[in-house]
Ligand binder design. Sequence first.
Ligand SMILES: C[S@@+](CC[C@H](N)C(=O)[O-])C[C@H]1O[C@@H](n2cnc3c(N)ncnc32)[C@H](O)[C@@H]1O
Length: 462
Amino acid sequence: MQKSIYDFIKICAEELVVSEPIYEFGSLQVMGKPEENLRPLFPRKVYVGADMRAGPGVDIELNLHAIELPDNTAGSIICADTLEHVEYPRKAVKEMFRVLKPGGVLIMTSLFKFPIHDYPNDFWRFTPEGFKSLMEDFVGVEVFSYGRLEHSPQCVVTVGYKGVGGSTTTFNARCGKWSDWNTSVLRELHRRMQEAERVVGEGERVKEDGSASGKRLSTMSESRMDWIDDMSVRCDDVKLSLVQGLKVFPSTEDEIVLFKDPKFVDHYLNTLEGFRADNVIEVGVWDGGSAIFFWNLLKPDRLSCVELKKSVPPLEAYISRREVTDSFRLHTSTDQSDKQSLGKIVVDDFGGNPLDLIIDDASHLYGPSKATFEALFPHLRPGGLFILEDWKAGLIFPKLSKDGEDLGPPLHRLVHEILQLSLLEHRVVASIKCVHNFVVIERGHQALNPEEFKVPEHPEMV
Ligand SMILES: C[S@@+](CC[C@H](N)C(=O)[O-])C[C@H]1O[C@@H](n2cnc3c(N)ncnc32)[C@H](O)[C@@H]1O
């Protein structure tokens, strides 16, 4: 279930009279994720989960085409993102009307702009007008939708009452805000994606040395990227699923975790808007979601990824399916502290050419991160960016490892040291900017010897 739908049902729970017993039709928690469970929104109320299939979240097996319940049984009914899977939706809505008690509310939602999926069949998409028509027997019907385009909403939601009832002005106002907010998020994210596509698609961009970047165009034409909803983005044949906090789920070849929340991604889109990045290194890839995201967003000539794990199967599968093993490289079993290996990657993968962008989302530990910074920052072109993610990690994570080993100073100490360096040597560090959870360090124009480059310590920092 999309977060926006959960938020809508939360508004219903807080603003409407939702009488007992509450029946939820289509209650099977198909993904097995906690946010699919709507029960916590209705504490202490009698709640019956009903579905045509048994499983998590289901108390009783009932088919919406012929609900085996007497008339006037349910105090209220929820039917969330289910009707598109019901072969005869008008029959189903009439059945829900029948079993609802007089004065009871039906809360119903469905997706409009969403890829065809199963659970177990996907039959329909409903417009706001379609929902109004299906709700013909109800009174006080309200329909809301949101989406980046008015004529192509993401989701459509409705409430309606049996015989008597109506929604309050506060409910309508909150739903209006819900719709505006979700619309603006989607519209903005989409605009930035389009902009990134346009910048690249305008034609061959000329590199600083005057040579054209030919590989870029073939890469560009192969890739597609679009937001599915506010928590997932499609990159070619893969769905990247964003995470809130540290709640991660296992990736598959088709659905890969992008270990960032929407705000984080939003800040990345802002930071990298119009930024030219042909040669990119990412350190710390988890399952590869972020690497695929950068690959599609930036369309680099070469992206090399460094990862401590022995293998990253979802990313390896993505790279080999595309036959881009030459330009999209993965170096597993490689520790970010290993300066020698990092230097070798610059030589082997980039022929020693300057890098445009380096992203460090690996250990979030002071020592290893500093080693990566010292090894790679000298290889950036003037104006190139080194992005250090999750720099507040030292404030959140324990100071000792599971084995009791001291993990050293916090990562923000490195940020203070780089800040000090920029103060003393602005031709080395041209600027440093803290954005949300990451720090963007811009390379100055002074030549640096990677063998000797050191960030001076700042011993007083804790
Ligand atoms: C936060 S996850 C990366 C998330 C990923 N960038 C994303 O946004 O989806 C950190 C990754 O860094 C790797 N890592 C941790 N310590 C490392 C080290 N010393 N060298 C290289 N990689 C390391 C971990 O194995 C893990 O895959």
